[in-house]
Each structure stands twice: as structure tokens, then as C-alpha cells.
Write a protein that binds this ligand. Structure first.
Ligand SMILES: Nc1nc2c(ncn2[C@@H]2O[C@H](COP(=O)(O)OP(=O)(O)O)[C@@H](O)[C@H]2O)c(=O)[nH]1
Ligand SMILES: [Mg+2]
Length: 210
């Protein structure tokens, strides 16, 4: 697989309404790759790992990202979309419903979305919500990669074992799961290479459709 480097990134904007998202998204031509996962799983840290700098806000208090944040990579090669976290127990029912509605609207309606990074915590068995998310993407035919975060908290052997376990719970192969650490940058290159191949596939489809 060809190497792809994430050289440049910048925060573009925060959006709290799906209509505003559509209006904004109509203004650029590049595809979108999004990041989903429960709150506190490490979405913002994952984005910062890819950016190689602190561009997304990392919070020790879960449930803070209530907006969709857009980051442009490599001068608009693609937009990385940070979605609100799901399954934050402390949030009110109404708030939770609003966020999951937002996530669903985005996943259903975005015409530019070409790939999803679905984050799970490597230390734990995927939650019911994690499984729902994977089932949903699978059913909707949305291409995705599962990323297991916080791998620095485990030994190598435990990492291997937990990747196997997560894969079997989610009905995936162990090579479909990328363990990462935003602290050690473990597998940051592997994620970048994945992005490169997703972008290449997209570019090839665009050519055939023209
Ligand atoms: N040890 C470790 N901690 C992490 C990692 N990624 C995130 N965290 C911590 O997990 C908490 C939530 O991270 P954040 O990126 O804000 O999660 P988000 O809510 O999904 O955006 C913060 O305290 C981070 O410092 C990681 O790879 N390793
Ligand atoms: Mg966040």
C-alpha cells in the first residue's frame, strides 16, 4: 500500500445544526472522513494525533463536544469531521436524543462522507452503543474502520488479546481493527495510509463516473 502523509491541517469551523452543516459543506469540493465513538473514547486526541498538533479540544470531562468540528487536511485533500460523542450517561435524555439524531442525520445525509473511523476503547468490551454503531454502518453500507484507542494503557500481549476480543464481539476480523495511542502515536502511520487508500479509491471512482 502506498504511503500517505498527513502534512498539514487546520481547524475550519464548529457547527451545531445539520442545516448549517449542509450549507457549509456545499461550499467545498473535497470528500469527508468522520470520527465517531462514545464521549471520552479519545476522538479529539485521535484527531490531534493525525494532525500532529493540538487542534481539537481534549476534555477530561466527557460529553463536551456538542458540535461537529471540521478540520481540513493537506490543503483540502479531505475534511475530517469530529462528531459529538454518543452514550454520555450524564447528559439529559433530550440532549442525548439530540446528539444521536445529529449523528444519524449526518451519516444518512452527508453526500461527501467517504469513510468513518469508529473508535472504541481498547481496554473494554465494546458497549451496546458501539455494537449498534457498527451494525448501523454495516447495514447502511457505509465504509468504516474500527480504531481501538488508548493502547498505551495495555501491554503488547494484552493489546493483541483485546483486539481479538473486540473483533469477535463486533463480528470483524482482527486485521480490521487498528489499535492506536495518541500518546505514543502507535499506528498513526497506519491510519494515514488507510486514509490515503480511501482517498485514492474515491479519486478513481470520480474519474470513472465523469
Ligand atoms: N492514555 C491515553 N489517554 C488518552 C488517549 N486518548 C485520549 N486519552 C484521554 O482520554 C480523555 C478523553 O479524550 P478526548 O480526546 O477528549 O475524547 P473525546 O471525548 O472522544 O473527544 C482525555 O483525558 C485524554 O487525555 C490515549 O491514546 N492514551
Ligand atoms: Mg472530543
Amino acid at each position: 500500500m502506498q504511503e500517505y502523509k498527513l502534512k498539514k491541517s487546520e481547524f475550519v469551523t464548529s457547527i451545531s445544526d445539520i442545516k448549517v452543516y449542509h450549507a457549509f459543506s456545499a461550499g467545498y469540493g473535497c470528500p469527508e472522513i468522520c470520527v465517531v465513538g462514545r464521549s471520552n473514547v479519545g476522538k479529539s486526541s485521535f484527531i490531534n494525533m493525525l494532525a500532529g498538533k493540538k487542534t481539537a479540544k481534549v476534555s477530561s470531562t466527557p460529553g463536551r463536544t456538542r458540535l461537529i468540528n471540521l478540520f481540513s487536511f493537506n490543503d483540502d485533500d479531505f475534511m475530517l469531521v469530529d462528531l459529538p460523542g454518543y452514550g454520555y450517561a450524564q447528559a439529559s435524555k433530550a440532549e442525548q436524543a439530540k446528539w444521536s439524531g445529529f449523528i444519524e442525520d449526518y451519516l444518512n445525509e452527508s453526500e461527501k462522507l467517504i469513510h468513518i473511523f469508529s473508535l472504541v476503547d481498547i481496554r473494554h468490551e465494546p458497549t451496546a452503543k458501539d455494537r449498534q454503531m457498527v451494525d448501523y454502518m454495516y447495514k447502511c453500507g457505509l465504509p468504516f474502520t474500527v480504531v481501538a484507542t488508548k493502547a498505551d494503557k495495555l501491554s503488547r500481549a494484552e493489546t493483541c488479546r483485546n483486539v481479538q476480543k473486540i473483533a469477535s464481539v463486533l463480528g470483524l476480523g482482527k486485521d480490521d481493527i487498528i489499535p492506536v495511542s495518541s500518546i505514543t502515536r502507535m499506528n498513526a502511520d497506519r491510519v494515514a495510509t488507510k486514509i490515503g487508500s480511501v482517498l485514492q479509491g474515491y479519486a478513481e471512482r470520480e474519474i470513472t463516473e465523469e
